[in-house]
Write a protein that binds this ligand. Sequence first.
Ligand SMILES: [Zn+2]
Length: 436
Amino acid sequence: MKANMARRYRLYPTREQADRLTGWSDTCRAVWNTALAQRIWAYHSARRVTLRAVDQGPELTQARREYDWLADLPAQCAQQVLRRLDAAYDNFWNRDHPAGFPQFKKKRDWGSLCFPGQAIEVRQVSRRSAQVRLPKIGWVRFRVSRPIDGTVRNATVSRDGLGWHISFGVHQPELATPPVNTGPPIGIDVGIACSVFCSADDAARQRPATLSVGEHRRLRRLERRRARQLTYAKKYAGGKYSNRLRRTNAAIAAFKARQARRRLDWNHKLTTDLAQSHGLIGIEDLSVSSMIRSAKGTVTQPGSKVRQKAGLNRSIADQGWYEIRRQLGYKTKRYGGQLIVVPAPGSSQTCCRCGARDPESRRGCGRLFACTQCGHTEHADKNASINIRDRAIHTAGRAGTGTGGGAGSQSTRSPKGRGGRRASRMREPSSPGTAA
Ligand SMILES: [Zn+2]
């Protein structure tokens, strides 16, 4: 009975509880970094061994007897750190996963603590308030912003610029076998100018600004203040952070967390809507080259700061794109649909009506597609999304699953795959289906 749904709530620990949780997350970071260093060392030593949690667990138990600060961390949390490190390695080895090699954690990374289901207990206190019992800390209050609806299998306590959160891994039996989604197929094109364009829509779904004008102004002001306070700290305080600088940092972190939350909220609403109403969803494999092209300009009028812009474009597109793909991956499974990741090349240069591929059809940098063969004109992103939909239908047909049938997602290689693998992904699909 594995968790198949996550529920996240604001957690309100008391001052003492918060201090202890902070201390534990520091300890978890130490366990992670030590275990990772040990694994790297063991692999590069003459023995060439790959350590796993089962190998490092007994050593951790031994270390807990020797160090009080380590013994203070609940044993389950410490073991979970090793298991998460296993998962990080598994993702790195998995060719379909974009994860890179596991990284050492820094103090500025917000840590999180994992508790298995046996270690915790949840009880409702009132309509909007509940408590969770964490090992050694006791009952901690959290706000029930939505019902838990299922059996709690595990809990993760985390912190960001806005405060503490608890995320429950919940098992919902009805999600295990969803009915097949018979909604119409759809292709989606994720871009920079238009956040998301769906083949069934007539206009782009634009992600709203994550900060209001006033918030933006205040954030700029805080960033200037931080720069000033940092200069002061370096010049006159030997690099020691003042309390005011800490407060500035906390205020900036709150803004960033709010921004991240709003971005995520929009993504979730989009992907839930798509996954509920469509049986087959096509999304293109990330096309880094088309994003970079936007900054290059032409030979006679070269763009400025091309590399920086490219890096920026990539990071923006990459984050939004991968998060949308990730959410669609599990939500299509949840709603009985299917996600198909199709190869990107040519989707924006191919005519969705006659299938002719010609870069000249996208003259200039506007959002207009004008086919050089049949004269068909269309919003460029809509044209691309229709191509993506048709390629997805084609892929699904070839796989013999049919449109709308079967749960699960098929994918080509990951977007951020390590190094040389990228070339092998950039293949043209064999004759994409014609427009419907
Ligand atoms: Zn055409």
